[in-house]
Each structure stands twice: as structure tokens, then as C-alpha cells.
Write a protein that binds this ligand. Structure first.
Ligand SMILES: Cc1cc2nc3c(=O)[nH]c(=O)nc-3n(C[C@H](O)[C@H](O)[C@H](O)COP(=O)(O)OP(=O)(O)OC[C@H]3O[C@@H](n4cnc5c(N)ncnc54)[C@H](O)[C@@H]3O)c2cc1C
Ligand code: SF4
Length: 501
């Protein structure tokens, strides 16, 4: 029986982040592990609601009140079991998820702060590693059926683990030189140290999953060959087509880059150097991504922009501006616009924001300004208003509001336009829809025997959705292959996040 008064006795508390001057001098994670006492106290705040709305906020349907109570009572083994029953990789979501479950927590009603669900989750996940080093659970009986998974992000890996544990022979194909998708080279180490991916890969390998890196499906191996070798194929290729701004004057200047060019390159340098390396060297191909000593302007307001900000500070930028088209969001939920338990539009302060830099809201870039040699020296911005007319975004500059911000390095973090146009699509007989995503039927098939999941199906989204879709697509593939029993399917292809309208 949970403590019904826990939330009255304890306020919401998170472990202190590492001090800014210390953490920006290395690449290690921002949060140190929380002590057991703090986590048990925070888990005690959970009321074990009769109708736990946190479940509805989480696409995985994590059994949040169950594991909160198991942590409260110090029953860590059972908590580990309960968490892994719905989530293959809680060490990723516990570190990285924006936690729609917390936005939906019943404590958020009536002015209380929600339970620190995500922090409890990451502590359970780390306890699993500490206890048995992520013990492999190989299937007892092979089915003799073979599945190819294309793409090794969280969607592909979750599906691979589910299918391998069900007895299928699974091969994951990845065009990159390392497994992990955006977790590996998109998301910086200060949010997710790569040792966490490596530990899971060791577990998946011991469970029989085969990994083939450096294989660009559709180029190095054709769809026809894949279909001949495997009984089913899952496409989990992500939504990596970066949005650009070709119409903005000066876009072609040196020093103006897609955010991902910067992040992937920075992550590769850190990976090559090992943990804790203090500074970046230039890349072998000469890509000028290093922010050291530069005035950096980041365009965009989301996860990608915040990651660029943290990287720029760790590289030793002279100064950073982050520009957002939209006005500054409120700091409190606007109940008329986003009633509980939906995801609220709020000013989100990532740890990277307390490390420095200036955020400028309601502005749009009018021009990237040339220094006379083809290198950017500034961005010219104008204050703007943004309105939606017939679903279209109309951006109107305010006359006389233009000004320049110095810039040696400009990073475009303005979103993604769906999955990339690449040979694999036509070869498998699938197409991108108007949003650049690949539609799936109710059974996750995009073409006969070809399934799709994660960002490739949903459009650029979240890790928790990628894992949920990977699990659900695996369940559909298991049924398609005539597997015994059913695998868990937390979402269907039409499932959307909680919304008021
Ligand atoms: C910078 C950044 C930061 C983010 N931060 C967060 C965060 O903090 N929290 C959060 O929840 N979400 C975050 N996200 C979103 C999250 O990373 C994605 O939603 C998630 O990784 C999608 O998983 P996926 O498996 O669908 O695809 P991906 O992770 O994109 O993996 C797709 C993989 O497919 C491979 N591939 C593509 N085509 C082929 C081919 N033809 N052959 C072989 N391999 C191929 C790619 O190389 C890639 O490795 C972030 C995204 C970005 C860009
Ligand atoms: S909604 Fe909040 S208080 Fe209720 S069960 Fe979920 S985490 Fe606990």
C-alpha cells in the first residue's frame, strides 16, 4: 500500500546538476547519480492513483505507480523487472525523455509538482546494470524465421530485441560505422554517455542479434537481396532530412551549416578521443564545425538547438545566441490552451541553457551577411509575428526592427522534413507522404512483408515513441511470421500523443 501522504511530506527534488564550470570542461553527463535516499523519498510522493494518468502520457504504458512503490520499499529487483516489462531501454528514456508522463501526473492538478518519474526510472535502469550487468535473455527455442531490421536507432533496436527474444533470427543493418542511430552520433555525450548504448549492444549480441555496420541498404545491398535472405523486413531509417532555408540570402556562405553537421562531427571527435577529453581538434575533412573562439548563432528552439548550445560551450565558443521564431512561452501551464494532462507549451530550460548564451525570441533571419570573402560575419534579424492562416504559417517582420548579430558560425536547427529520399524506398515499393514520412497499414506493413516504425513512420519525434513503435512493429512481425503467442504492442500506427483537440 503506497503512502497516500507522501506528496504532502516531501517536495519534488532532483539531484543537483554538476556545476557549470566543471561540466563544460568535459563531455560527461550533466546529472550525477542520485542517492538512494533521495530516490526513495521521491518515489514516496506517488499516490498510486486509481486511474494513473501518467500511463496515458507514456506511449510505452510504463507501469509507473508499480515501480514507484517498489522503489519506495527498496524492492529494486522487482522494480527492475517491472520497468523492463514495458521498456527495452529505460536508461535512454530515463536520461533523455521530456517525460510526457510527468506532464500527465495527477499531482500536476491543483498546483502540486509532479512525481519525478523520469529520475526514478533512470535510477532503476542503472540499478539493473549494477545488479546483473543487463543479463541476456536469449530465446529458448529458435523459430527458424529471419528478420532484417534496417536502421539501428531506438526503434530498430527495440524491435530487434523483441524479435530475437521471441526466437527469430535478427540482423540489424546500419549504414553508419556504429550502432545507435541518433543516440550514437546525434545526441551529445553530456546527455547520454555512449557506454549505455554499448552495454545494451552487448546484451543484444548475447541474445543473438547480429549487427552489420557500414551497410547502406538500397546501395550496398538491394531490397531484392534482402527479401531473398529474410522472411520480413523492418524499415526504421529515421527522419533525418534536415529542413533548410535556401531562400535566405547568404545561405551559401562558409560558416553556415546544418546543425547535424556540427553535432555528428562533434560526437565523432568525442568518440574518437574517449570520455572526458576537454577540447576538440579540427576534423580530418576540415569541416569547420569547431566553435572555439567563435560567435555562434543557433537558429531553432528545440532539442537539436539546445544540444548545439551545449556543444558550442564545451568547444569554447566566444558567445552564443539562440534564435526562436516564436514568442517566449509562458513559465506556467496555460490551462485554457493546454489543459492537464496534455503536453503543455512552456518555456523549456534545458541544462544547456544555464551554461550560458542568450535566447532571442520572436525573430527571423533576413540575411546571412558576407564578410567580403564568402564567410559569414553576422546574421541580420527582424522581430516578427507568426500566425497560422488555413494551416499555413505566416511570418510578418515588424518594420524598422532589423539588427545584426555577429556570427562566425551559424547552425540551422529548424527541424526535419521526414525520412530521406533514398534508393531503398523505391526498391521496397514504399513512398514518402506529404510530411516526408512512410505510412503503415494497421499491421505496421508499408508494403507486403515490409514493416516501418519509429521516426521514419511518425516523423521526427521522441525516443519513447521510437521504442513504443519498435515494440509494436515487432509484435506485428511476430504475428506475420506465425510466431507462437503475442508480443506486447503498446501503440498502433494511428496513436497520437494526448491532446485537447
Ligand atoms: C540532435 C537531436 C537531439 C535529440 N534529443 C532527444 C532527446 O533528448 N529526447 C528524445 O526523446 N528524443 C530526442 N531526439 C529525437 C530522437 O533521437 C529520435 O526521435 C529517435 O532517435 C528516433 O529513432 P529511430 O530509431 O526512429 O531513428 P534514428 O535514431 O534516426 O535511427 C535511424 C538509423 O537508420 C539508419 N539508416 C537510414 N537509412 C539507412 C539505410 N538505407 N541503410 C542502413 N541504415 C540506414 C541511420 O543511419 C540511423 O542510424 C533528438 C533528435 C536529435 C536530432
Ligand atoms: S499520476 Fe503521478 S501520482 Fe498518480 S500514479 Fe502516476 S506518478 Fe503516481
Amino acid at each position: 500500500m503506497p503512502d497516500p501522504n507522501g506528496f504532502l511530506r516531501y517536495d519534488r527534488r532532483l539531484p543537483a546538476r554538476r556545476p557549470v564550470p566543471v561540466r563544460i570542461s568535459d563531455w560527461r553527463e550533466v546529472y550525477p547519480p542520485a542517492g538512494e535516499e533521495l530516490i526513495r523519498e521521491q518515489a514516496t510522493r506517488c499516490m498510486d492513483c486509481g486511474i494513473p494518468f501518467c500511463h496515458d502520457g507514456c506511449p510505452l504504458g510504463n507501469r509507473i505507480p508499480d515501480w514507484n512503490d517498489l522503489v519506495r520499499t527498496g524492492n529494486w529487483d522487482a522494480a527492475v523487472e517491472s520497468l523492463h516489462a514495458t521498456n527495452n531501454f529505460p536508461e535512454f528514456t530515463g536520461r533523455l525523455c521530456p517525460a510526457p508522463c510527468e506532464a500527465a501526473c495527477v499531482l500536476g492538478l491543483g498546483g502540486q509538482q509532479p512525481v519525478t518519474i523520469k529520475q526514478v526510472e533512470v535510477e532503476i535502469a542503472d540499478a539493473a546494470v549494477a545488479r546483473d550487468g543487463l543479463r541476456p535473455r536469449p530465446a529458448l527455442t529458435p523459430t527458424g524465421r529471419s528478420v532484417a531490421v534496417v536502421g539501428s536507432g531506438p526503434a530498430g533496436l527495440a524491435a530487434a530485441q523483441q524479435l530475437a527474444r521471441a526466437g527469430h533470427t535478427v540482423t540489424v543493418y546500419e549504414r553508419d560505422d556504429a550502432i545507435g542511430g541518433l543516440l550514437r552520433y546525434g545526441i551529445p555525450d553530456f546527455k547520454l554517455e555512449k557506454q549505455h548504448i554499448d552495454k545494451r549492444l552487448a546484451q543484444l549480441t548475447a541474445e543473438g542479434v547480429r549487427f552489420r555496420t557500414g551497410v547502406h541498404v538500397g546501395v550496398d545491398v538491394t531490397a531484392e537481396q534482402m527479401r531473398a535472405e529474410h522472411d520480413a523486413v523492418l524499415l526504421a531509417c529515421g527522419a533525418l532530412q534536415g529542413r533548410d532555408t535556401p531562400e535566405t540570402p547568404g545561405r551559401e556562405l562558409r560558416g553556415v551549416h546544418q546543425a547535424m553537421s556540427h553535432l555528428v562531427a562533434a560526437n565523432r571527435v568525442v568518440a574518437a578521443a574517449g570520455d572526458g577529453r576537454p577540447a576538440l581538434a579540427a576534423l580530418p575533412d576540415g569541416t569547420p564545425i569547431d566553435a572555439a573562439g567563435k560567435h555562434v548563432v543557433i537558429i531553432g528552439g528545440g532539442d537539436t538547438a539546445a544540444d548545439c548550445l551545449g556543444v558550442a560551450h564545451r568547444q569554447g565558443a566566444a558567445g552564443v545566441h539562440q534564435l526562436d521564431l516564436y514568442p517566449q512561452p509562458p513559465t506556467e501551464r496555460d490551462a485554457a490552451r493546454d489543459p492537464w494532462p496534455t503536453w503543455p507549451w512552456l518555456l523549456r530550460n534545458y541544462p544547456a541553457h544555464e551554461e550560458g548564451g542568450e535566447r532571442v525570441f520572436a525573430v527571423a533571419v533576413q540575411e546571412f551577411v558576407d564578410d567580403g570573402t564568402g564567410q559569414v560575419r553576422a546574421v541580420r534579424i527582424a522581430e516578427v509575428t507568426v500566425e497560422k492562416v488555413d494551416g499555413r504559417r505566416i511570418v510578418t517582420p515588424l518594420p524598422g526592427s532589423e539588427r545584426e548579430i555577429p556570427a562566425d558560425l551559424v547552425l540551422l536547427a529548424i527541424g526535419f522534413e521526414g525520412t530521406e529520399e533514398q534508393p531503398l524506398l523505391a526498391q521496397f515499393g514504399v513512398t514518402r507522404n506529404g510530411r516526408g514520412a512512410v505510412d503503415a497499414r494497421g499491421d505496421w506493413q508499408a508494403a507486403d512483408g515490409v514493416f516501418v516504425a519509429g521516426d521514419m513512420h511518425r516523423g521526427a519525434s521522441l525516443i519513447v515513441w521510437a521504442i513504443a513503435e519498435g515494440r509494436a512493429a515487432a509484435a506485428a512481425i511476430h504475428t506475420y511470421l506465425g510466431g507462437v503467442g503475442e508480443l506486447p504492442a503498446p501503440v498502433d500506427p494511428a496513436r497520437q500523443p494526448l491532446a485537447a483537440r
